[in-house]
Design a protein around this ligand. Structure first.
Ligand code: SF4
Length: 387
């Protein structure tokens, strides 16, 4: 972090660190009054992408949908009024959004994490990211050359992605690497891989566990319960050992599972403007175009409320993986619209086999490193969702 551009470091510390913590305090105060508005919004700004990943749930090859600058400004300004300062930007591939930099530049008081395949981060793009200073690319790497091409449906995927990563490092931007851990790349959950990331100049990494969803769910890639515990144990141990940040959003400081959607700490807005419980639950009863205030739409949404409550009652883990039947029931009960362009989301749920998720009772692994214990207690505590 000593090599990072000063402005980027300041924006990270202030907009994300301090203001992010303050937004969680405001969220907790709202909860006491029974008002649910998440401090962390995840927004898929565009559906298009140049890759074709296995198990992707986004309609990347369909007609382009994207959230325009005016709508993004309206959403972000409304969220800012309620103390939010952090936004996750997803796609498709966010760097295909023609107004991405206008969005970043319009909100110097916010911090953006951009979930990207990294291939469009040229030296020029990285220079612009450095100039604006308020965004960190989180670049997906899914394994070796062969595994990356297979997982991501492209040619020479890894090298092109590494080029984007190197442009970030060269331009002294805070940069992370995300891996959706599955059967074909679980070998990345290893010390040598972390050391390689450190040597490349990566500041943080995030090991997601593969979600079996979407039109082609690739069930054979799903992790076993033991492998999920292995991913958790690895993160806890390496946090105390290696000089690299390791992110996760699925376990609290005591190692108990939680779901960011069920705790209410985050919800998702899709490229059509649909307000969804989380990125893989592609159903909605509200759209950002329904009325000017996102805050009003989210706090009044019976669909989101019921989803949070029923999911938290059913499991501490992932309701989609464990209880696709419950997801279906809630969608039907609220007559929620399928927000995909393919219009098959309900049929996809019907054929999903219920499976385990991050909730592995009896296998809780508490955080070892004081900083993560502290941060999780204040950021990702259960917020009473499971009591
Ligand atoms: S429902 Fe599953 S995928 Fe969605 S936020 Fe919860 S744990 Fe994550």
């Amino acid at each position: 972090m000593r090599e990072v551009d000063k402005k980027a470091l300041w924006k990270f510390a202030w907009n994300f660190g301090f203001k992010g913590m303050r937004s969680v305090q405001k969220f907790k105060r709202r909860l006491k009054q029974g008002v649910h508005f998440p401090p962390f919004l995840f927004i898929s700004v565009i559906n298009s992408c140049q890759l074709r990943c296995q198990g992707c749930w986004v309609d990347v090859a369909s007609k382009r949908q994207m959230i325009e600058l005016d709508d993004m400004n309206r959403i972000i300004n409304d969220a800012k009024k309620h103390g939010n300062s952090f936004f996750g930007i997803l796609g498709g591939e966010p760097f295909m959004h023609p107004q991405l930099f206008d969005i970043l530049e319009s909100h110097p008081d916010c911090y953006f994490q951009i979930f990207t395949n990294g291939q469009l981060i040229t030296d020029e793009v990285a220079k612009r990211l450095r100039k604006v200073g308020n965004a960190t690319p989180l670049i997906s790497i899914e394994g070796s050359e062969v595994v990356s091409d297979g997982r991501r449906g492209g040619k020479d995927v890894l090298n092109k992605t590494l080029e984007g990563l190197q442009n970030c490092v060269k331009n002294r931007i805070i940069v992370g690497v995300a891996t959706s851990v599955c059967q074909s790349n679980i070998d990345l959950v290893s010390e040598p891989w972390l050391q390689r990331l450190i040597d490349m100049g990566v500041h943080y990494c995030w090991f997601h566990t593969y979600r079996v969803v979407g039109p082609k769910p690739a069930e054979e890639l799903a992790l076993t319960a033991e492998q999920v515990v292995h991913v958790r144990r690895f993160a806890v141990e390496m946090r105390a050992k290696m000089p690299i940040g390791i992110v996760d959003a699925y376990w609290d400081d005591q190692g108990q599972a939680l779901c960011p959607m069920a705790t209410g700490i985050s919800h998702h807005i899709g490229p059509s403007g649909a307000i969804e419980p989380c990125p893989i639950i592609q159903f909605a009863t509200e759209n950002i175009c329904d009325e000017p205030s996102l805050y009003q739409l989210m706090t009044k949404s019976e669909f989101l409320r019921d989803f949070r409550e029923q999911s938290a009652k059913a499991t501490r883990g992932c309701v989609v993986l464990e209880r696709p039947d419950l997801v279906r029931d809630l969608v039907t009960k609220h007559a929620a619209a399928d927000t995909t362009q393919r219009q098959t989301a309900l049929a996809e749920l019907d054929v999903l086999t219920p499976r385990g998720s991050q909730h592995t009772p009896g296998e809780e692994i508490p955080e070892k490193h004081w900083l993560y214990r502290f941060a999780k207690k204040h950021y990702f505590f259960g917020f009473g969702a499971y009591t």
